[in-house]
Ligand binder design. Sequence first.
Ligand code: UD1
Ligand code: UDP
Length: 370
Amino acid sequence: MKIITVVGARPQFIKAAAVSRAIARYNADNNGEISENILHTGQHYDTKMSDVFFEQLEIPKPEYNLGIVEKNHGAMTGRMLEQIEKVLLDERPDLLLVYGDTNSTLAGALAAAKLHVSVAHVEAGLRSWNRRMPEEINRVMTDHLSASLFCPTEAAVQNLKKEGIAQDIYNVGDVMYDVALKYRSIADKKYGLEQWRLEEKGYVLCTVHRAENSDHKGRLQSIFNALNEIAAGIPVVLPLHPRTRKMLKVHELEYLLDPLRIIEPVSYLEMVRLEMSAKAIITDSGGIQKEAFFHKVPCLTLRDETEWVETVDLGCNKICGADREVILENWNATCEDRSLFHSLEKKGMYPYGKGSAAERIVEVLAAGDP
Ligand code: UD1
Ligand code: UDP
């Protein structure tokens, strides 16, 4: 079976690492039955946003790198569509594998569906119900173009059913949980907090990059005002996404970075290390909300809603939006009590599976070999 995997943005490298590894394991037992070629659209291109993940997570080197960097969504997605189609016409794969909800995801799914190449979507069924988010448009479209839908949660399965998608839906668990489990102890051994001059539970880890925050001066200012107030009492470490760096400059808000510990984007292992020992995590990232949950750290989410509803329902994540006062109120109420996380484990509640999502995906794909 011949698979082309399309990736382009940071979280997709991490997700693809789990499945590529599971494919290699499957091949070792099955005479190399599956051939996988990776196509990188180039959407994320800085070494710290891309190469570092391929090296650290031992992801096979991409066969193709399209180098597509565009500012506008239409131009970016359109150029990707055109170039991916060319590769698919040359390669004629049996299956195209896409992850998540970025422009690279949508371009890959659309190019394949038009050529009648079967599409498998990992992280299918997530919904924010907010169509102003580029990610929501990408994920709805991709789900409706896909032949196999690999959902991370039961809520995602139900969302697909509500939209009339009834077949080939698999609740496999979350591939990011697979990766988190694999690298947790490695990160702990490899990195010490001293390199950031931090102490166990003595800092807050923060990330901000979503368009809904970074593109709006008012939201960005309000978030950074809240972070500045929090930073008066405890170090706030923020690995700064290039988008946010650019937008702070555009909005003339760079002065709001001064009270914070700003660092460059970090590698996955460093990020896991920082997550594990944080007193709390404040973020608008989808992946980091879940990682906070995996590593049993309370989370405040800088968005008006989340797709990862389980983290909120279980009391581990508070939705704060971008309002300074709401962020500060929730910060003040954030408890350090981890018994909540432990009791969920005791009750056998694993909303994101048990760390074998990637294996399950490969089993399903191999069983359906055309
Ligand atoms: C993209 C995804 C978003 C995901 C995020 C993960 C879409 C619509 N958005 O958002 O869902 O949460 O990735 O991080 O696909 N830039 C650099 N260097 C890089 C990468 C980006 O300077 O290595 C700059 C770009 O030039 C651009 C800005 O950051 O100006 C935004 O990049 P883009 O890929 O368009 O969107 P993200 O905000 O990264
Ligand atoms: N991440 C990382 N280094 C960083 C910031 C994030 O390795 O400096 C990882 C993080 O641990 C998670 C993923 O990138 O696994 C999340 O990506 P991001 O926040 O860019 O996108 P989202 O999940 O919101 O789409």
